[in-house]
Ligand binder design. Structure first.
Ligand code: SF4
Length: 281
């Protein structure tokens, strides 16, 4: 039976993108190919908040105890190796058992599954079919992969998802948060239009750019054009930066205005005003 290293498994409301407001199970896998040494830090510098938390990592026994950060990656513990011991390797049976425990009435009904990270398409593509074919997942209709859009689907997993999506009322979505320069990642590593266009052959695919300033929005528009030139046809969202409320509220209205001005969609981050972006929300 396949195992996946799980950073978090929780039930909440999807706060971002296409399924905003939809009750969802979030499966946060461990591992990412990026560090996003940016987001409020000078490019290339790791968040000093994350560094100070990592320094006393042994003080924390669960994700819920970890402090939130206003700079760097807000899900740092799902990929930083210094936090790896907080994420157990779980079998498909264990994941499904826990999932059914947290789902109201133990039924998928209108709930959808969000497979997030870290970067969920980095290391676990071979393990997902075992999980998704499990008896307890049979009623599941909708899956979203929240990805940074750099990981190509393997031919086997691509075909598996195409077949899965052909089931009645089933749909696969790729929510692609491509990283702009404010993330600190190098453009040639972060922007992979050919990878994202390949997702389109499997399911509904959209781009979601995290922005704070007019310059970020301009970069997002310019970058979206590069994807379009490659054949990308899906919608483009702008979403405010801000893993903590003080940062989010500084720029959410501004980002909504920038989206309107440029004819793009706006995505909120409902988990911030609703739940303060606490772990497990
Ligand atoms: S790609 Fe996402 S999970 Fe990975 S470091 Fe960047 S923000 Fe964090």
């Amino acid at each position: 039976m396949s195992k996946i290293k799980i950073a978090e498994l929780f039930y909440s409301i999807q706060g971002e993108g296409r399924y905003m407001g939809v009750p969802s199970v979030f499966l946060r896998t461990f591992g990412c190919n990026f560090k996003c040494a940016g987001f409020g830090m000078p490019k290339g510098e790791l968040s000093t908040e994350i560094e100070s938390i990592a320094y006393r990592v042994s003080d924390f026994k669960t994700y819920e105890e970890l402090p939130l950060v206003s700079t760097g990656c807000d899900s740092y513990a799902s990929w930083d190796p210094r936090f790896k011991d907080l994420s157990p390797m779980l079998t498909s049976d264990a994941i499904v058992e826990r999932t059914l425990e947290i789902l109201p009435g133990q039924r998928w009904d209108n709930a959808h599954l969000v497979i997030t990270g870290g970067e969920p398409l980095l290391g676990w593509q071979r393990a997902y079919p075992d999980l998704l074919d499990h008896d307890g997942m049979k009623e599941l209709k909708e899956i979203t992969f929240e990805t940074n859009g750099t990981q190509k689907l393997t031919p086997e997993f691509k075909q598996y998802l195409i077949n899965w999506g052909m089931g009645e009322d089933r749909e696969v979505t790729f929510s692609v948060s491509a990283k702009l320069s404010c993330s600190g990642e190098e453009r040639h590593e972060a922007i992979k239009p050919e990878v994202v266009c390949d997702y389109q052959e499997v399911g509904y695919t959209y781009l979601k750019f995290v922005v704070a300033t007019e310059e970020d929005a301009e970069e997002a528009i310019e970058t979206a054009d590069i994807y379009r030139a490659e054949g990308f046809t899906g919608p483009v969202y702008l979403m405010p930066v801000g893993g903590v409320e003080s940062v989010y509220t500084l720029n959410n209205r501004r980002v909504a205005e920038l989206a309107m001005k440029n004819g793009l969609r706006y995505s909120d981050r409902l988990q911030v005003p609703l739940f303060k972006n606490e772990w497990g929300t």
